[in-house]
Design a protein around this ligand. Structure first.
Ligand code: NAD
Ligand code: UDP
Ligand code: UDP
Length: 318
């Protein structure tokens, strides 16, 4: 098949491009390189089945493909808050354009939604049936509400125009090719530990997250995309192993052997206190569950950042 991946030069998108090429598909990678980078897909450039196009998904896109994975959107708080209006446009207009494209082509379209649609959840762990507790006017809202609106568009195009949709709600995912500048907790802690800098814990570090390794997640993407047409989602994809931010810092220090100290900084506004996926639906519908334990995934990610910081390895080497 010919498969379009928007946001394909980003962290998750570049791993998905690798996987789709391995599976024998042709890949059209579309990205505006806001948070992604050419270096993430440099190793694919020149391959006959791979094509890279600079394009912003807020604008219409006329191409011919069989499947569309819509991943384009800045994902870290630092980056999605940098230009909140453009973040909202990316989620909403990007979804609309990809749905319009899917409608014209009769192509199946996958949406990278997020656990942020649950906001600061009052139900724990979070099942897909939970509608969430989201602040509509806070600093995270451009992302949370943008992604919620995108889900609405997906389901309206499905009901109104019979577009075949697959909506994944992704929980915190980490691994090689995370952008070391995007401020996410796993990349921040690993880079700080490797440099011997202070490890910055926001608040008391008692908030929890559940961390999924990228290879597990990408396998969930492919299973969901190729599931029976009756499966639309939303389906949670994430690793249910739940850790406090402080526990994560301790794991990173232990695995790097770093002498970094923990320092405490103010907790950002609306930072969710807890997050853990209920993945029973993914298990039942897709036969999917994550296999990689946190320590194993952290070791692989540490190896990647170690190589990157010392200039010895590149994104293509993972
Ligand atoms: P990322 O920032 O590495 O990737 C996003 C990619 O989209 C980048 O390459 C960026 O340049 C591109 N992009 C941004 N705006 C664009 C636009 N207007 N037009 C074209 N390209 C654009 O982040 P990621 O972690 O790989 O996230 C990929 C997707 O998965 C995002 O939609 C994100 O919301 C979703 N997601 C990720 C996580 C996670 O933990 N990594 C969790 C939940 C949801
Ligand atoms: N669109 C696109 N590529 C296509 C078909 C549509 O980018 O191949 C865009 C189109 O420009 C529009 C959006 O998708 O902004 C929604 O398209 P749809 O046909 O649903 O809506 P309409 O054009 O009727 O408003
Ligand atoms: N966090 C932290 N120190 C950092 C970066 C993040 O303590 O250097 C915390 C952040 O406040 C949040 C959690 O780690 O509670 C996860 O943050 P991230 O930005 O990775 O993702 P999200 O908040 O979107 O889940």
């Amino acid at each position: 098949m010919r498969v379009l991946v928007t946001g394909g030069a980003g962290f998750l998108g570049s791993h998905l491009c690798d996987r789709l090429l391995q599976d024998g598909h042709e890949v059209l990678c579309v990205d505006n390189f806001f948070t992604g980078s050419k270096s993430n897909v440099q190793h694919l450039v020149g391959a006959p089945a791979f094509e890279l196009l600079r394009h912003d998904v807020t604008l219409p896109l006329i191409v011919e493909v069989d499947q569309i994975y819509n991943l384009a959107c800045p994902a870290s708080p630092v980056h999605y808050q940098h230009d909140p209006v453009h973040t909202m446009k990316t989620s909403v207009l990007g979804a609309m354009n990809m749905l319009g494209l899917a409608k014209r082509l009769g192509a199946r379209v996958f949406q990278a939604s997020t656990s942020e649609v649950y906001g600061d959840p009052e139900v724990h762990p979070q099942p897909e049936s939970y509608w969430g507790k989201v602040n509509p006017i806070g600093i995270r809202s451009c992302y949370d509400e943008g992604k919620r609106c995108a889900e609405t568009l997906f389901f309206d195009y499905h009901r109104r125009h019979d577009v075949s949709i697959k909506v994944a709600r992704i929980f915190n995912t980490y691994g090689p090719r995370m952008n070391p500048e995007d401020g996410r907790v796993v990349s921040n802690f690993i880079v700080q530990a490797l440099r011997g800098d202070d490890i910055t814990i926001y608040g008391e570090g008692l908030q929890t997250r559940s961390f999924c390794y990228v290879d597990d997640l990408v396998d969930g993407f492919v299973r969901l995309m190729n599931s029976d047409v009756s499966v639309t989602g939303p389906v949670n994809l994430g690793n249910p192993g739940e850790f406090t931010v402080r526990q994560l810092a301790e794991r990173v220090i232990a695995l790097t052997g770093s002498s970094s100290r923990l320092v405490f900084k103010p907790l950002p506004q609306d930072d969710p206190r807890q997050r853990q996926p209920d993945i029973r639906l993914a298990e039942e519908l897709l036969g999917w569950e994550p296999l990689i334990e946190l320590d194993d995934g952290l070791r692989k990610t540490i190896t990647y950042f170690d190589g990157l910081l010392s200039g010895k390895s590149t994104a293509g080497a993972v």
